[in-house]
Write a protein that binds this ligand. Sequence first.
Ligand code: NIG
Length: 423
Amino acid sequence: MTGLYGDPLRRYRDGQPMNADLVIQNARVLTLAGDAPRRGDAMNDLAILPQADVAVMNGRISAVGPDLAGDAGCRIDAAGRVLMPGLIDCHTHACWAGVRYDELDRLGRGESYLDILAAGGGIMATVRAVRDASVERLAELTASRFARMASLGATTIECKSGYGLATDAELKMLRAIAGAEEMASIRVIPTALVAHAIDKDNPRFIDETIEETVPRVAEHFPGICLDAYCEEGAWSVEQTVRLFEKGRSLGLPCRVHADQFHSLGMVEAAISLGARSVDHLEASTDDDLKRLAASDTMGVMLPVSAFHLGDAHAPGRRFIDMGGALAIATNHNPGTGPSPSMPFTLALAVKHLGVTPAEAIVAGTINAAAVLHLQREIGSIEVGKHADMLLLHTTDERQLVYEFAGDPIAMIIRSGEIVQPGF
Ligand code: NIG
Protein backbone atom coordinates (compact mmCIF):
# COMPACT_ATOMS: atom_id res chain seq x y z
CA MET A 1 0.00 0.00 0.00
CA THR A 2 1.34 3.46 -0.86
CA GLY A 3 -0.02 6.90 -0.11
CA LEU A 4 -3.02 7.81 1.95
CA TYR A 5 -5.46 5.67 -0.01
CA GLY A 6 -3.09 2.96 -1.17
CA ASP A 7 -2.17 3.06 -4.84
CA PRO A 8 -5.47 3.45 -6.64
CA LEU A 9 -3.86 3.40 -10.08
CA ARG A 10 -1.90 0.19 -9.62
CA ARG A 11 -4.28 -1.78 -11.79
CA TYR A 12 -3.51 0.42 -14.81
CA ARG A 13 0.22 -0.22 -14.64
CA ASP A 14 1.86 -2.42 -17.29
CA GLY A 15 -1.24 -1.99 -19.41
CA GLN A 16 -3.23 -4.38 -17.21
CA PRO A 17 -6.98 -3.77 -17.30
CA MET A 18 -8.66 -3.44 -13.95
CA ASN A 19 -10.53 -6.46 -12.76
CA ALA A 20 -13.04 -6.14 -9.96
CA ASP A 21 -16.11 -7.92 -8.66
CA LEU A 22 -17.82 -4.62 -7.96
CA VAL A 23 -17.18 -0.95 -8.62
CA ILE A 24 -19.19 1.81 -6.97
CA GLN A 25 -18.53 4.85 -9.08
CA ASN A 26 -19.13 8.56 -8.82
CA ALA A 27 -19.62 8.63 -5.05
CA ARG A 28 -18.82 11.09 -2.31
CA VAL A 29 -16.48 8.71 -0.48
CA LEU A 30 -15.94 9.11 3.27
CA THR A 31 -12.75 7.08 3.34
CA LEU A 32 -11.99 7.62 7.07
CA ALA A 33 -8.37 6.85 6.07
CA GLY A 34 -5.66 8.16 8.39
CA ASP A 35 -4.98 7.81 12.11
CA ALA A 36 -6.89 5.19 14.07
CA PRO A 37 -8.18 5.88 16.58
CA ARG A 38 -8.81 9.57 15.98
CA ARG A 39 -8.75 11.80 19.05
CA GLY A 40 -9.62 15.41 19.82
CA ASP A 41 -9.92 17.73 16.81
CA ALA A 42 -8.92 14.93 14.44
CA MET A 43 -12.29 13.31 15.13
CA ASN A 44 -13.76 15.74 12.62
CA ASP A 45 -11.64 14.32 9.79
CA LEU A 46 -13.64 12.00 7.54
CA ALA A 47 -10.91 11.99 4.82
CA ILE A 48 -13.45 12.70 2.10
CA LEU A 49 -12.94 12.17 -1.63
CA PRO A 50 -15.72 14.37 -3.08
CA GLN A 51 -16.02 12.36 -6.28
CA ALA A 52 -14.40 8.94 -6.52
CA ASP A 53 -14.87 5.27 -7.31
CA VAL A 54 -14.27 2.26 -5.08
CA ALA A 55 -13.44 -1.18 -6.45
CA VAL A 56 -13.91 -4.46 -4.61
CA MET A 57 -12.31 -7.80 -5.28
CA ASN A 58 -12.64 -11.03 -3.30
CA GLY A 59 -14.42 -9.24 -0.48
CA ARG A 60 -11.72 -6.62 0.00
CA ILE A 61 -11.31 -3.09 -1.27
CA SER A 62 -8.97 -3.26 -4.24
CA ALA A 63 -8.81 0.34 -5.45
CA VAL A 64 -10.02 3.78 -4.45
CA GLY A 65 -9.69 6.79 -6.72
CA PRO A 66 -11.16 8.83 -9.55
CA ASP A 67 -12.51 7.21 -12.73
CA LEU A 68 -11.47 3.59 -12.15
CA ALA A 69 -11.80 1.92 -15.54
CA GLY A 70 -11.67 -1.76 -16.50
CA ASP A 71 -13.77 -4.86 -16.21
CA ALA A 72 -16.05 -5.24 -13.24
CA GLY A 73 -18.66 -7.87 -12.41
CA CYS A 74 -21.04 -5.11 -11.42
CA ARG A 75 -20.88 -1.32 -11.68
CA ILE A 76 -23.13 0.94 -9.65
CA ASP A 77 -23.41 4.64 -10.31
CA ALA A 78 -23.77 6.36 -6.94
CA ALA A 79 -24.75 9.63 -8.64
CA GLY A 80 -22.84 11.66 -6.06
CA ARG A 81 -24.36 9.98 -3.02
CA VAL A 82 -22.34 9.20 0.08
CA LEU A 83 -20.37 5.94 0.29
CA MET A 84 -18.97 5.32 3.75
CA PRO A 85 -17.56 2.47 5.86
CA GLY A 86 -20.09 0.13 7.46
CA LEU A 87 -21.06 0.99 11.04
CA ILE A 88 -19.34 -0.91 13.82
CA ASP A 89 -21.38 -1.52 16.96
CA CYS A 90 -18.59 -2.02 19.50
CA HIS A 91 -20.68 -2.50 22.69
CA THR A 92 -23.78 -4.72 22.75
CA HIS A 93 -25.48 -7.30 24.95
CA ALA A 94 -27.51 -8.69 22.05
CA CYS A 95 -27.47 -12.28 23.33
CA TRP A 96 -30.35 -12.68 25.74
CA ALA A 97 -33.58 -14.59 26.36
CA GLY A 98 -36.83 -13.43 27.95
CA VAL A 99 -38.32 -9.93 28.07
CA ARG A 100 -38.23 -7.12 30.62
CA TYR A 101 -41.28 -5.06 29.60
CA ASP A 102 -42.34 -4.88 33.27
CA GLU A 103 -39.40 -2.54 33.88
CA LEU A 104 -41.05 0.14 31.76
CA ASP A 105 -43.78 0.47 34.41
CA ARG A 106 -41.33 0.18 37.29
CA LEU A 107 -39.05 2.88 35.87
CA GLY A 108 -42.14 4.97 35.13
CA ARG A 109 -43.21 4.70 38.78
CA GLY A 110 -39.82 6.06 39.88
CA GLU A 111 -37.92 2.88 40.75
CA SER A 112 -34.32 3.26 39.60
CA TYR A 113 -32.39 0.83 37.40
CA LEU A 114 -30.17 -0.07 40.38
CA ASP A 115 -33.21 -0.50 42.70
CA ILE A 116 -34.66 -3.02 40.25
CA LEU A 117 -31.34 -4.88 40.15
CA ALA A 118 -31.03 -4.86 43.97
CA ALA A 119 -34.53 -6.37 44.19
CA GLY A 120 -33.39 -9.32 42.06
CA GLY A 121 -34.79 -8.00 38.77
CA GLY A 122 -33.02 -6.26 35.90
CA ILE A 123 -29.91 -8.12 34.81
CA MET A 124 -30.76 -10.97 37.22
CA ALA A 125 -34.16 -11.47 35.54
CA THR A 126 -32.38 -11.96 32.22
CA VAL A 127 -29.83 -14.26 33.91
CA ARG A 128 -32.68 -16.58 34.96
CA ALA A 129 -34.13 -16.62 31.44
CA VAL A 130 -30.72 -17.26 29.84
CA ARG A 131 -29.88 -20.09 32.22
CA ASP A 132 -33.20 -21.73 31.26
CA ALA A 133 -32.64 -21.36 27.49
CA SER A 134 -30.90 -23.95 25.34
CA VAL A 135 -27.81 -22.91 23.45
CA GLU A 136 -29.73 -23.41 20.18
CA ARG A 137 -32.60 -21.14 21.26
CA LEU A 138 -30.19 -18.48 22.47
CA ALA A 139 -28.31 -18.61 19.18
CA GLU A 140 -31.56 -18.21 17.20
CA LEU A 141 -32.70 -15.24 19.29
CA THR A 142 -29.30 -13.61 18.98
CA ALA A 143 -29.05 -14.23 15.24
CA SER A 144 -32.39 -12.53 14.67
CA ARG A 145 -31.14 -9.48 16.62
CA PHE A 146 -27.90 -9.45 14.63
CA ALA A 147 -29.96 -9.52 11.42
CA ARG A 148 -31.97 -6.47 12.52
CA MET A 149 -28.86 -4.58 13.59
CA ALA A 150 -27.24 -5.44 10.25
CA SER A 151 -30.28 -4.26 8.29
CA LEU A 152 -29.81 -0.89 10.02
CA GLY A 153 -26.21 -0.55 8.86
CA ALA A 154 -24.01 -2.41 11.35
CA THR A 155 -21.47 -4.52 9.46
CA THR A 156 -19.53 -5.65 12.56
CA ILE A 157 -21.12 -6.26 15.96
CA GLU A 158 -19.44 -6.82 19.30
CA CYS A 159 -21.57 -9.02 21.58
CA LYS A 160 -21.07 -9.70 25.27
CA SER A 161 -21.99 -12.68 27.39
CA GLY A 162 -22.90 -11.68 30.96
CA TYR A 163 -26.31 -13.19 31.57
CA GLY A 164 -24.95 -16.60 32.60
CA LEU A 165 -22.94 -15.59 35.68
CA ALA A 166 -21.76 -19.16 36.22
CA THR A 167 -19.02 -20.93 34.32
CA ASP A 168 -21.13 -23.24 32.18
CA ALA A 169 -23.82 -20.64 31.52
CA GLU A 170 -21.21 -18.07 30.43
CA LEU A 171 -19.61 -20.64 28.11
CA LYS A 172 -23.08 -21.47 26.76
CA MET A 173 -23.61 -17.80 25.93
CA LEU A 174 -20.26 -17.52 24.16
CA ARG A 175 -21.11 -20.61 22.11
CA ALA A 176 -24.53 -19.19 21.28
CA ILE A 177 -22.91 -15.95 20.10
CA ALA A 178 -20.57 -17.95 17.82
CA GLY A 179 -23.56 -19.90 16.47
CA ALA A 180 -25.51 -16.70 15.87
CA GLU A 181 -22.58 -15.20 13.98
CA GLU A 182 -22.71 -18.10 11.58
CA MET A 183 -26.52 -17.99 11.19
CA ALA A 184 -26.61 -14.25 10.55
CA SER A 185 -23.41 -14.28 8.46
CA ILE A 186 -22.13 -11.06 9.91
CA ARG A 187 -18.78 -10.36 11.59
CA VAL A 188 -19.21 -10.69 15.36
CA ILE A 189 -16.61 -10.07 18.06
CA PRO A 190 -17.50 -11.82 21.33
CA THR A 191 -16.62 -10.42 24.77
CA ALA A 192 -16.70 -12.38 28.02
CA LEU A 193 -18.67 -10.20 30.46
CA VAL A 194 -18.38 -12.74 33.26
CA ALA A 195 -18.73 -10.02 35.93
CA HIS A 196 -22.00 -8.35 34.92
CA ALA A 197 -23.74 -8.51 38.32
CA ILE A 198 -23.42 -10.37 41.62
CA ASP A 199 -25.25 -13.67 41.96
CA LYS A 200 -26.37 -13.32 45.57
CA ASP A 201 -27.51 -16.95 45.65
CA ASN A 202 -23.91 -18.07 45.28
CA PRO A 203 -21.78 -17.08 48.29
CA ARG A 204 -18.60 -18.01 46.37
CA PHE A 205 -19.60 -16.06 43.28
CA ILE A 206 -16.70 -13.55 43.16
CA ASP A 207 -13.96 -16.09 43.88
CA GLU A 208 -15.54 -18.68 41.62
CA THR A 209 -15.78 -16.20 38.75
CA ILE A 210 -12.14 -15.17 39.12
CA GLU A 211 -10.62 -18.55 39.88
CA GLU A 212 -12.82 -20.87 37.82
CA THR A 213 -14.80 -19.02 35.16
CA VAL A 214 -11.96 -16.86 33.84
CA PRO A 215 -9.54 -19.80 33.32
CA ARG A 216 -12.27 -21.87 31.59
CA VAL A 217 -13.13 -18.94 29.33
CA ALA A 218 -9.42 -18.48 28.52
CA GLU A 219 -9.15 -22.18 27.71
CA HIS A 220 -12.16 -22.27 25.36
CA PHE A 221 -11.89 -18.74 23.92
CA PRO A 222 -8.19 -17.84 24.00
CA GLY A 223 -7.47 -14.11 23.76
CA ILE A 224 -11.11 -13.07 24.23
CA CYS A 225 -11.65 -9.68 25.89
CA LEU A 226 -12.93 -9.74 29.49
CA ASP A 227 -15.49 -7.19 30.69
CA ALA A 228 -17.06 -6.24 34.04
CA TYR A 229 -19.83 -3.99 35.32
CA CYS A 230 -18.18 -1.87 38.01
CA GLU A 231 -20.99 -0.10 39.84
CA GLU A 232 -22.64 0.14 43.23
CA GLY A 233 -24.58 -3.09 43.73
CA ALA A 234 -22.44 -4.84 41.10
CA TRP A 235 -18.63 -5.35 40.99
CA SER A 236 -16.41 -3.14 43.18
CA VAL A 237 -13.19 -1.61 41.87
CA GLU A 238 -11.11 -3.99 43.97
CA GLN A 239 -12.99 -7.08 42.72
CA THR A 240 -12.83 -5.85 39.12
CA VAL A 241 -9.07 -5.28 39.34
CA ARG A 242 -8.55 -8.80 40.73
CA LEU A 243 -10.63 -10.20 37.87
CA PHE A 244 -8.68 -8.33 35.20
CA GLU A 245 -5.33 -9.23 36.74
CA LYS A 246 -6.31 -12.89 36.61
CA GLY A 247 -7.38 -12.41 32.98
CA ARG A 248 -4.12 -10.68 32.12
CA SER A 249 -2.12 -13.58 33.54
CA LEU A 250 -4.01 -15.81 31.07
CA GLY A 251 -3.55 -13.52 28.07
CA LEU A 252 -7.00 -11.90 28.17
CA PRO A 253 -7.29 -8.14 27.50
CA CYS A 254 -10.02 -6.16 29.22
CA ARG A 255 -12.68 -3.48 28.84
CA VAL A 256 -14.93 -2.22 31.60
CA HIS A 257 -18.37 -0.67 32.23
CA ALA A 258 -17.68 2.22 34.63
CA ASP A 259 -19.30 5.38 35.97
CA GLN A 260 -22.79 4.63 34.60
CA PHE A 261 -24.37 5.98 37.79
CA HIS A 262 -21.51 6.46 40.28
CA SER A 263 -17.90 7.42 39.92
CA LEU A 264 -16.04 4.76 41.93
CA GLY A 265 -12.45 5.20 40.73
CA MET A 266 -12.55 2.50 38.05
CA VAL A 267 -11.44 4.83 35.24
CA GLU A 268 -8.02 5.34 36.79
CA ALA A 269 -7.69 1.64 37.62
CA ALA A 270 -8.68 0.67 34.07
CA ILE A 271 -6.05 2.96 32.59
CA SER A 272 -3.32 1.47 34.76
CA LEU A 273 -4.42 -2.02 33.72
CA GLY A 274 -4.17 -1.00 30.05
CA ALA A 275 -7.89 -1.62 29.41
CA ARG A 276 -8.93 -1.25 25.78
CA SER A 277 -11.87 0.95 26.72
CA VAL A 278 -13.95 2.34 29.54
CA ASP A 279 -17.62 2.29 28.59
CA HIS A 280 -20.53 4.46 29.83
CA LEU A 281 -18.86 7.47 31.58
CA GLU A 282 -22.16 9.24 32.35
CA ALA A 283 -21.05 10.01 35.94
CA SER A 284 -17.33 10.52 35.36
CA THR A 285 -15.53 13.39 37.03
CA ASP A 286 -13.61 15.88 34.91
CA ASP A 287 -10.35 14.62 36.41
CA ASP A 288 -11.12 11.06 35.31
CA LEU A 289 -12.16 12.22 31.83
CA LYS A 290 -8.87 14.10 31.49
CA ARG A 291 -6.91 11.03 32.60
CA LEU A 292 -8.79 8.90 30.11
CA ALA A 293 -8.34 11.43 27.31
CA ALA A 294 -4.58 11.46 27.91
CA SER A 295 -4.30 7.65 27.91
CA ASP A 296 -4.36 4.90 25.28
CA THR A 297 -7.61 3.56 26.76
CA MET A 298 -10.58 4.63 24.65
CA GLY A 299 -13.87 6.05 25.89
CA VAL A 300 -17.11 4.43 24.69
CA MET A 301 -20.39 6.29 25.20
CA LEU A 302 -23.83 4.70 24.98
CA PRO A 303 -26.45 7.46 24.62
CA VAL A 304 -29.43 5.12 24.20
CA SER A 305 -29.15 4.15 27.88
CA ALA A 306 -29.43 7.65 29.32
CA PHE A 307 -32.20 8.37 26.79
CA HIS A 308 -34.14 5.26 27.82
CA LEU A 309 -33.62 5.68 31.58
CA GLY A 310 -34.12 9.46 31.48
CA ASP A 311 -30.71 10.02 33.09
CA ALA A 312 -27.89 12.47 32.48
CA HIS A 313 -25.95 11.91 29.28
CA ALA A 314 -22.20 11.31 29.14
CA PRO A 315 -20.08 14.41 28.42
CA GLY A 316 -19.04 13.56 24.87
CA ARG A 317 -18.18 17.12 23.87
CA ARG A 318 -15.97 17.68 26.93
CA PHE A 319 -14.17 14.38 26.42
CA ILE A 320 -13.31 15.14 22.79
CA ASP A 321 -12.27 18.69 23.68
CA MET A 322 -9.88 17.19 26.24
CA GLY A 323 -8.28 15.25 23.37
CA GLY A 324 -10.07 11.95 24.01
CA ALA A 325 -10.59 9.11 21.53
CA LEU A 326 -14.31 8.34 21.58
CA ALA A 327 -16.40 5.50 20.17
CA ILE A 328 -20.20 5.30 20.33
CA ALA A 329 -22.33 2.14 20.38
CA THR A 330 -25.96 1.03 20.80
CA ASN A 331 -25.44 -0.99 24.01
CA HIS A 332 -28.33 -3.10 22.66
CA ASN A 333 -29.74 -5.01 25.65
CA PRO A 334 -33.10 -5.76 27.30
CA GLY A 335 -32.67 -3.34 30.22
CA THR A 336 -31.08 -0.08 29.11
CA GLY A 337 -30.60 -0.53 25.38
CA PRO A 338 -33.86 -1.19 23.56
CA SER A 339 -32.62 0.16 20.21
CA PRO A 340 -30.77 -2.01 17.69
CA SER A 341 -30.04 1.00 15.48
CA MET A 342 -26.59 2.54 15.07
CA PRO A 343 -27.94 5.48 12.97
CA PHE A 344 -30.45 6.31 15.74
CA THR A 345 -27.69 6.02 18.37
CA LEU A 346 -25.40 8.35 16.42
CA ALA A 347 -28.25 10.84 15.98
CA LEU A 348 -28.79 10.76 19.77
CA ALA A 349 -25.07 11.38 20.26
CA VAL A 350 -25.23 14.50 18.14
CA LYS A 351 -28.28 15.76 20.05
CA HIS A 352 -27.28 14.77 23.58
CA LEU A 353 -23.52 14.16 23.79
CA GLY A 354 -22.81 17.36 21.87
CA VAL A 355 -20.65 15.74 19.22
CA THR A 356 -20.61 16.94 15.61
CA PRO A 357 -21.99 14.76 12.80
CA ALA A 358 -18.43 14.04 11.62
CA GLU A 359 -17.32 13.09 15.13
CA ALA A 360 -20.31 10.77 15.47
CA ILE A 361 -19.41 9.05 12.19
CA VAL A 362 -15.78 8.61 13.28
CA ALA A 363 -17.02 7.28 16.65
CA GLY A 364 -19.20 4.68 14.90
CA THR A 365 -16.65 3.52 12.32
CA ILE A 366 -12.87 3.79 12.60
CA ASN A 367 -12.78 4.51 16.34
CA ALA A 368 -15.18 1.67 17.05
CA ALA A 369 -12.87 -0.58 15.00
CA ALA A 370 -9.97 0.57 17.20
CA VAL A 371 -11.85 -0.41 20.39
CA LEU A 372 -12.03 -3.93 18.94
CA HIS A 373 -8.39 -3.78 17.80
CA LEU A 374 -9.56 -4.26 14.22
CA GLN A 375 -8.55 -0.89 12.79
CA ARG A 376 -6.26 -2.57 10.25
CA GLU A 377 -9.11 -4.67 8.89
CA ILE A 378 -12.29 -2.59 9.05
CA GLY A 379 -13.58 0.91 9.79
CA SER A 380 -12.35 2.77 6.72
CA ILE A 381 -12.43 2.52 2.92
CA GLU A 382 -8.79 1.75 2.16
CA VAL A 383 -7.14 -0.74 -0.17
CA GLY A 384 -6.79 -4.14 1.47
CA LYS A 385 -9.53 -3.70 4.06
CA HIS A 386 -12.77 -5.69 4.18
CA ALA A 387 -15.27 -4.19 1.75
CA ASP A 388 -17.90 -3.27 4.36
CA MET A 389 -19.65 -0.15 3.08
CA LEU A 390 -22.91 1.78 3.16
CA LEU A 391 -24.34 3.80 0.31
CA LEU A 392 -26.62 6.49 1.70
CA HIS A 393 -29.72 7.88 0.00
CA THR A 394 -28.29 11.37 0.19
CA THR A 395 -25.31 13.36 -1.04
CA ASP A 396 -24.69 14.79 2.44
CA GLU A 397 -23.57 12.47 5.26
CA ARG A 398 -25.18 14.65 7.89
CA GLN A 399 -28.52 13.07 6.97
CA LEU A 400 -27.32 9.85 8.66
CA VAL A 401 -27.24 11.55 12.07
CA TYR A 402 -29.90 14.18 11.46
CA GLU A 403 -32.88 11.94 10.82
CA PHE A 404 -34.38 10.05 13.77
CA ALA A 405 -35.62 6.50 13.32
CA GLY A 406 -35.60 6.88 9.55
CA ASP A 407 -34.09 4.90 6.74
CA PRO A 408 -30.92 6.72 5.62
CA ILE A 409 -29.18 3.72 4.03
CA ALA A 410 -29.82 2.75 0.40
CA MET A 411 -27.40 -0.13 0.07
CA ILE A 412 -25.33 -2.29 2.40
CA ILE A 413 -22.20 -4.08 1.22
CA ARG A 414 -20.65 -6.64 3.56
CA SER A 415 -17.35 -8.28 2.67
CA GLY A 416 -17.98 -7.23 -0.92
CA GLU A 417 -21.48 -8.70 -1.12
CA ILE A 418 -24.47 -6.46 -1.71
CA VAL A 419 -26.76 -7.64 1.07
CA GLN A 420 -29.41 -4.97 0.88
CA PRO A 421 -30.02 -3.48 -2.50
CA GLY A 422 -32.45 -0.63 -2.11
CA PHE A 423 -31.01 1.97 -4.37
O1 NIG B 1 -24.38 -1.39 29.92
N1 NIG B 1 -25.62 -1.84 33.13
C1 NIG B 1 -25.01 -2.86 32.79
N2 NIG B 1 -25.12 -3.49 31.62
C2 NIG B 1 -25.96 -2.98 30.57
C3 NIG B 1 -27.42 -3.19 30.88
C4 NIG B 1 -27.76 -4.66 30.92
C5 NIG B 1 -29.15 -4.99 31.33
O2 NIG B 1 -29.81 -4.20 32.03
O3 NIG B 1 -29.58 -6.10 30.98
C6 NIG B 1 -25.57 -1.54 30.28
O4 NIG B 1 -26.34 -0.61 30.38
